[in-house]
Design a protein around this ligand. Structure first.
Ligand code: ATP
Ligand code: MG
Length: 579
């Protein structure tokens, strides 16, 4: 393709609303343009990369035995009412009426549609397993669309849905998709982690997010380099630092006046005790029940873990879990906010595992302007249960192997989810088992953000001059930069290389524009085409051209008659090597 006739509107300026590098470079490189907030058009270069990413995903889905379908983007409300999500989904679901006044929505995801299709057709376990996928435009009216393609309102997703007879078979389907996602991330050259994620309100037994590591990622992920354990922040387990709690060293509890000293930091200064010698008492309301949660002063609460423990260990319902209001705290503790403590408290108390290893610590005295020091549980108060209730931090011990946890930021590019019977039960999608008994289908759903992947690729592959596309998904493999387009010898050599490379199956973009050298080099760096071959007058006269990979500083002079073989060989080698 000739750059002189191709639609690649590059720009010098970053878009005003761009905060992350992928957004800036994709707009400046003429890959995408914004139409409305969170809604983007793909221009020729951008669309070529989208199609290449789709092709990788499609190949791996097919390899895993999934079958491609194409489902409607417009979905009737009736299906969403059946699953209960017409009310549950909230304002991200874009709803509208047709001319007859019937309710519809733009599909943010397709569980309802696919379940509806399958329930009409699948009768027996003999027709299972089955996995159907599509690559399609989704719409979610995100509250904060941002970061360009990373969090759009309209975006392209690959979504797959598996149907199985029984949970064991469903787990196998889940594993197949997990493996396919691993292969996809490897082929795209990502540095990533597959992390355990919460199965939340949907229930289900397993869920993993595929997180591409990038400082601009919206998620925090926790991983252990020693054993490979990885989870998102919400779900990450923390081990307990080994510590003895010597009985003989217990001091006598005493009460000290701490006027206006409320926070851990203030208390730490005032009493000259470290934050990890202080225990903070958080009062929560789980539905209508008040509970106290104890954490070491330098630790943060993880509400998902707290809710789980209240549910599993205290038998509470926990539809909602919220920090108590100031007046509720006063009612429970008898003291203003900032002075809560476990001594004498008559509500359930749960403690973080790190608190179990502490002795002679500081707590609020449940009385204005006072704290207790040298407090010890068991003697001064009792705890219903100790459990892992806190947020992981870098350097914490791994709960699995005792190694040292690391924290990274990540971009969630994929999500696999074992759904169980959530949709098949509410929508009555059953199959007959080996005994002829009707059972709900066991389902899984598996999403990959195709357009979010574009953003993630650029976040991981760029420098200050522009994008650095990985070879398998670059819009073109080679950029032929012609410096003297009006020199017949140079242009003739360029045309010949262009033809031979194209003949050999290489995708070549030739910069034959009538612009200065500076613009050509700037755009070459900005566009990020992996291999650049530059032809200038002097070189061609000497029978040489310049060859440079975008991801390397090495610049080679290569004889004109060797450049085609040399570049096709290096491209083949890199494609085989997976980069
Ligand atoms: P997030 O937590 O980032 O909102 P999600 O959990 O809502 O994601 P899923 O419903 O699991 O995402 O969707 C599957 C995949 O679709 C995600 O892993 C992501 O790659 C992509 N995706 C989701 N929302 C968006 C969006 N607003 N813009 C671009 N891609 C998205
Ligand atoms: Mg979302």
């Amino acid at each position: 393709m000739r750059l002189s006739s191709m639609f690649v509107p590059t720009r010098k300026e970053d878009p005003a609303d761009a905060e992350v590098v992928s957004h800036k470079l994709l707009v400046r490189g003429g890959y995408i343009r914004m139409l409305a907030r969170g809604i983007y058009s793909f221009l020729p270069l951008g669309w070529k990369s989208v199609r290449k990413i789709e092709a990788v995903v499609r190949e791996e889905m097919n390899r895993a035995g999934a079958q491609e379908v194409h489902l409607p983007a417009v979905q009737p409300a009736t299906l969403w009412k059946e699953s209960g999500r017409w009310t549950e989904y909230g304002p991200e679901l874009l709803r509208f009426e047709d001319r007859k006044g019937a309710d519809f929505c733009l599909g943010p995801t397709h569980e309802e549609v696919i379940t509806d299709i399958v329930r009409g057709e699948i009768r027996s376990y003999k027709q299972l397993p089955m996995n159907l996928y599509q690559i399609q435009t989704k719409f979610r009216d995100e509250i904060r669309p941002r970061f360009g393609l990373m969090r759009g309102r309209e975006f392209v997703m690959k979504d797959a849905y598996s149907f199985d007879a029984g949970l064991e078979a469903a787990e196998e389907s889940y594993q197949k998709m997990y493996d396919a996602y691993d292969r996809i991330c490897d082929r795209l050259g990502f540095e990533y982690r597959a992390v355990e994620a919460d199965t939340g309100a949907i229930g289900g037994s397993q869920s993993h997010e595929f997180q591409v590591l990038a400082d601009t990622g919206e998620d925090e992920i926790v991983s252990c380099p020693e054993c490979g354990y990885a989870a998102n922040m919400e779900k990450a387990k923390v081990g307990v630092e080994p510590s003895e709690r010597p009985d003989e060293d217990r001091e006598q509890l005493s009460t000290v006046q701490t006027p206006q000293v409320r926070t851990v930091d203030e208390l730490s200064d005032f009493l000259d005790r470290r934050a990890d010698e202080i225990v903070k008492t958080l009062i929560y309301r789980a539905d209508e029940t008040m509970v106290a949660v104890l954490l070491r002063g330098d630790h943060d609460a993880n509400e998902l873990k707290i809710a789980t423990v209240l549910r599993d260990e205290l038998g509470l319902e926990v539809g909602s879990l919220e920090l108590a209001t100031d007046s509720e705290i006063e009612e429970v503790t008898g003291a203003p906010v900032g002075f809560a403590g476990p001594v004498g408290l008559d509500i359930a108390i749960v403690g973080d595992a790190a608190v179990e290893a502490m002795s002679n610590f500081v707590v609020g005295a449940n009385e204005a302007d006072a704290h207790h020091v040298d407090v010890n549980y068991g003697r001064d108060f009792d705890v219903t249960v100790f459990a892992d209730l806190r947020e992981a931090r870098a350097g914490d011990p791994c709960a699995v192997c005792g190694g040292t946890l690391e924290i990274h930021r990540g971009i969630e590019v994929g999500h696999v989810f074992l759904l169980g019977d959530k949709y098949s039960k509410s929508m009555e999608a059953n199959y007959l088992d080996t005994n002829g008994k009707a059972q709900p289908l066991q389902m899984g759903c598996y999403g990959i953000g195709i357009t979010r992947i574009i953003a993630a690729v650029v976040e991981q592959n760029h420098d200050e001059d522009g994008m650095i596309w990985p070879l398998p998904i670059a819009p073109y493999q080679v950029l032929l930069t012609v410096l003297h387009i009006d020199d017949e010898e140079v242009m003739g050599a360029a045309e010949s290389i262009y033809e031979q490379l194209t003949e050999a199956g290489t995708e070549v973009l030739i910069d034959d524009r009538d612009v200065g050298f500076g613009s050509k080099f700037k755009d070459a760096d900005l566009l990020g085409i992996p291999l650049r071959i530059t032809l200038g007058r002097r070189g061609v006269q000497n029978g040489e051209v310049e060859m440079k990979w975008r991801d390397s500083d090495e610049q080679l002079e290569v004889p004109l008659d060797e450049i085609v073989d040399r570049s096709t060989a290096e491209i083949a080698e890199r494609l085989e090597g997976g980069s």
